[in-house]
Design a protein. Sequence first.
Length: 149
Amino acid sequence: MASSGTGGTTRNCVSCGRSIEWNANVCPYCGHDYRMQAYGQPVKKETAMPTIGGVLILIAGLIELAGGAILIGGSTFFISLDFGGAALAICGIVIAVIGVIALLGGVFAIQRKHFGLAILGGIVGLGGWFIPGLIGLILVALSKDEFKD
Ligand SMILES: [Zn+2]
């Protein structure tokens, strides 16, 4: 109970600790400026979580895209043998499209926008790179507050 500055017309400067006018814009002792805090928007806490999560999801998407491309490439060989090539090609296309969705989700996560699409990308990216993709998905889900929409 050394000094409680509450209740009076003074407060303690957060910078130098001296007693200053309650509504002072600038501390007369150390010059600490309070106007920025008064007029600035509430500072949104930003973490690295969406960026790290987004990169992991992006890589998972790239792996899926590469896997799909390999399947499509391989399918031409099986088509030439007339042996399930078409099914393989369709599988490859589906996996490649899923990879692109995951890739976009990763990009959105890094940009902190379209939370729903970032999550969707993270979920479909699990097929490409499961454990890191899951970590990425969790990181993005935990940082929902940092997304613009
Ligand atoms: Zn001060």
